[in-house]
Ligand binder design. Structure first.
Ligand SMILES: *Cc1c(COP(=O)(O)O)cnc(C)c1O
Length: 403
């Protein structure tokens, strides 16, 4: 037996010990330019990569991390990822991944009802979830066009392009939501995509539009997990959609790549995107071929935290966003783009000359920028329950004072 393929407790313990070491960014990337002829061994590789990998990454759970939709991940998911990598199951083959397949089915069965859906499957992200849903829409409802708002994620236009469907973009209103008055009247050949939590602004499209088109897909990549929280009613109407996409690697705190595509009628939707193969015991559903056991990390998190544990963390993130919103709204040097709807705060100094100066003073990873209708804005995303909002506010105040 080649021992590289068995459990090396010392090596794995060392990997864990290295995680709590403080590597500075300065250590740089010391890698051979050419593919090495001879290996240095696993332990040496581990030690040589630690400063690069562990020191060269943003820490998404640190106090000022408030810029992007990428959350810190709970340690139980690290353990599951380790097990997954060692087992390397392929959910394409029921015979070799019997339990992993059931785990994915169970996690889907736990989550789908929050969205009024009856099933679905996991994908590596909502980009693929959106593509899969619109592929089903084309097969099941014969749609020839995809309609979404100007605030929709680029993956919607990308999916329409791949599927050979026309793409129509509808203007947004002042809050960043789809302006329903600008929709075409005949939606009988259209898949209407409503965004729950636009990437730039967090805006939620009007859900009274669900059901008006031949197929309604809700892109809930960001804010979908609010359905498990006290904010569930902000997405009322989602339960009437034909399909829903949710990124678990955003507000369900999962390591990438983890997302769900859910369907109202999964039997029909899956049948429309299934292919058989001589070597396959069951048909291959959806876009992916080989498919890993990502579900186990999500299942473990939900088992560890329960719905309440997820809800508390999302609600806490919403509180952090609310505190930042209140600060911006009460400082007359600043303006807010619109009332935050799903934990994303978009704001800027009223005086555009201060924009770059303030940005330079803010810690890397604390604030991102976005462009809306040609205007530049700062954007904060409440994906980190450990963020220290007082510290961030103090930092913004200091940056303004310097200007
Ligand atoms: C992030 C995001 C996506 C894409 O999801 P990935 O998981 O990054 O592929 C799609 N739609 C919205 C609204 C998003 O915020």
């Amino acid at each position: 037996m080649d021992k590289e393929f068995s459990v090396d407790s010392d090596g794995l313990h060392q990997a864990v010990d290295l995680m709590s070491r403080d590597f500075s960014y300065a250590e740089g990337l010391h890698l051979p330019i050419e593919l090495p002829q001879l290996g240095i061994g696993s332990t040496a590789a581990l030690n040589s990569l630690a400063p690069n990998i562990l020191g060269g990454a943003a820490r998404l759970g640190e106090a000022t991390s408030f810029a992007h939709m990428d959350p810190p991940t709970p340690w139980i998911t690290w353990a599951m990822t380790l097990w997954n990598a060692s087992l390397n199951q392929n959910l394409l083959h029921p015979a070799t991944a019997p339990v992993a397949r059931q785990m994915e089915q169970r996690v889907i069965a736990w989550l789908a009802p929050f969205f009024g859906m009856d099933g679905g499957h996991m994908t590596p992200g909502s980009t693929v979830a959106n593509l899969t849903a619109l592929w089903s829409a084309r097969e099941c409802a014969g749609v020839t066009q995809v309609i979404a708002s100007d605030g929709a994620h680029l993956s919607i236009a990308k999916a329409a392009h791949i599927l050979g469907l026309k793409y129509l973009s509808v203007p947004i209103d002042a809050s960043g939501s789809m302006d329903a008055a600008q929709l075409p009247t005949d939606l009988s050949k259209s898949a209407l995509v409503l965004t729950a939590g636009a990437t730039s602004t967090g805006a939620i499209d009007p859900f009274d539009l669900v059901g008006r088109a031949a197929w309604t897909h809700v892109d809930a990549a960001w804010s979908g997990p609010m359905r498990l929280s006290g904010y569930a009613n902000l997405l009322t109407g989602i339960e009437l959609a034909d399909s829903v996409a949710v990124s678990a690697h955003k507000w369900l705190f999962q390591p990438k790549e983890s997302a769900l595509v859910l369907f109202k009628d999964t039997g029909k939707a899956h049948a429309a995107v299934s292919f058989g193969g001589a070597y396959l015991a069951t048909p291959n559903v959806g876009v992916l071929g080989s498919h890993g056991a990502t579900a186990t990390a999500l299942l473990a998190t939900l088992l560890a935290w329960g719905r309440e544990g997820v809800a508390q963390r999302i609600e806490h993130c919403m509180d952090l966003a609310r505190r930042l919103r209140d600060f911006v709204a009460n400082d007359e040097r600043l303006e807010i783009y619109a009332e935050p709807q799903s934990g994303i705060v978009v704001w800027r100094p009223k005086d555009d000359r201060l924009f770059d100066q303030v940005l330079q003073q803010l810690p890397v990873g604390s604030t991102s920028t976005t462009s809306i209708a040609g205007g530049r804005w700062f954007r904060n995303v409440a994906a980190n329950p450990s963020a220290d909002i007082d510290l961030l506010i103090a930092t913004i105040q200091k940056a303004l004072a310097v200007c």
